[in-house]
Design a protein around this ligand. Structure first.
Ligand SMILES: NC(=O)c1ccc[n+]([C@@H]2O[C@H](COP(=O)([O-])OP(=O)(O)OC[C@H]3O[C@@H](n4cnc5c(N)ncnc54)[C@H](OP(=O)(O)O)[C@@H]3O)[C@@H](O)[C@H]2O)c1
Length: 254
């Protein structure tokens, strides 16, 4: 079993750990000690080990996941001694592979971009470059897709931010249903299940253009068309597209 050290125990890591711990193919996980309360809580919940310091984590791990904020990342990597051939997996958004590689030249660096749905085994993890070990480590958390270059890695990251934005969209529908008298639990179930249903249909019928699916549902005189027309008149859909472009630009310029 691969020993994976997690450097940076925060929002992302706690969801990745939850995903690994529900899987039969979990690596052996070691946790870095900073953010002691969260590290200790995870260790107690899942029977994991918090190591004494970051160097001990690196020394005891075959692969290390870098999951600190971008502005801490290079300083952390630079401050540690790495073993030749060790795999260093960076989850740091916007940080080019070459920068991490320069900070730890003897390692094999890969980049991943998971989402917190890893906790329920549903993270689409983007990987660059293709790597057998990194792929195997992230496969229990959802589908892994490798891309051939970092330009496409940046493009794929749009989906990860889009995922975050979807919660805000669902919240609108949930709120209106609750205002209209549904109890909050039912409103949550309906908003989330409708979103999941659309996602599954779009994924499983991926050859069908989405505008055709929309047109087949939002027929003339339907209530769905009424809602869509309202969104289009207010340029709400093009605002979504523009938000995706804004995200992409920011990722490329990071
Ligand atoms: N959150 C997501 O959904 C998500 C998704 C994909 C990728 N990412 C990427 O994952 C990284 C982490 O994001 P996050 O949201 O999990 O951030 P976070 O909640 O702030 O977690 C980062 C953790 O790293 C710790 N840390 C800072 N310096 C450290 C050091 N020298 N040694 C060990 N730990 C250190 C922080 O401790 P302190 O709080 O004490 O500083 C914090 O616990 C970011 O680079 C982000 O781009 C996040």
């Amino acid at each position: 079993m691969t020993t994976l050290g997690i450097l940076g125990i925060g929002h992302l890591s706690e969801h990745l750990v939850a995903g690994w711990m529900r899987s039969a193919d979990a690596p052996e996980l070691l946790l870095s000690p900073r953010n002691a309360e969260k590290a200790q809580a995870l260790a107690e919940r899942y029977g994991l080990r918090v190591v004494a310091n970051n160097q001990a984590l690196v020394d005891q791990s075959e692969a290390v996941l870098l999951s600190v904020r971008p502005w801490h990342a290079l300083e952390v990597v630079n401050s540690l001694s790495w073993a030749p051939g060790q795999t260093l997996i960076s989850a740091v958004a916007g940080l080019p592979l070459a920068d991490v590689q320069a900070a730890a030249p003897q390692t094999k660096v890969t980049r991943v971009m998971p989402i917190i749905a890893a906790a329920v085994g549903e993270s689409p993890t983007t990987l660059y470059p293709e790597d057998t070990l990194t792929r195997a480590l992230f496969a229990p958390l959802g589908p892994v897709a490798a891309v051939p270059d970092e330009a496409r890695f940046d493009a794929a990251n749009i989906a990860h931010c889009y995922y975050g934005c979807l919660y805000a969209l669902m919240e609108q529908a949930e709120t209106v249903m609750a205002e209209a008298g549904l109890d909050p639990a039912s409103a949550r179930l309906l908003a989330s299940q409708a979103t999941r249903a659309a996602a599954t249909m779009a994924r499983d019928h991926h050859r069908e253009p989405l505008d055709e699916t929309t047109a087949a549902i939002a027929t003339e005189g339907s209530f769905t068309k009424l809602g869509l027309d309202h969104l289009q008149q207010r340029e709400a859909l093009s605002a979504w597209a523009e938000a995706c472009r804004v995200i992409h630009r920011a990722i490329r310029e990071a």
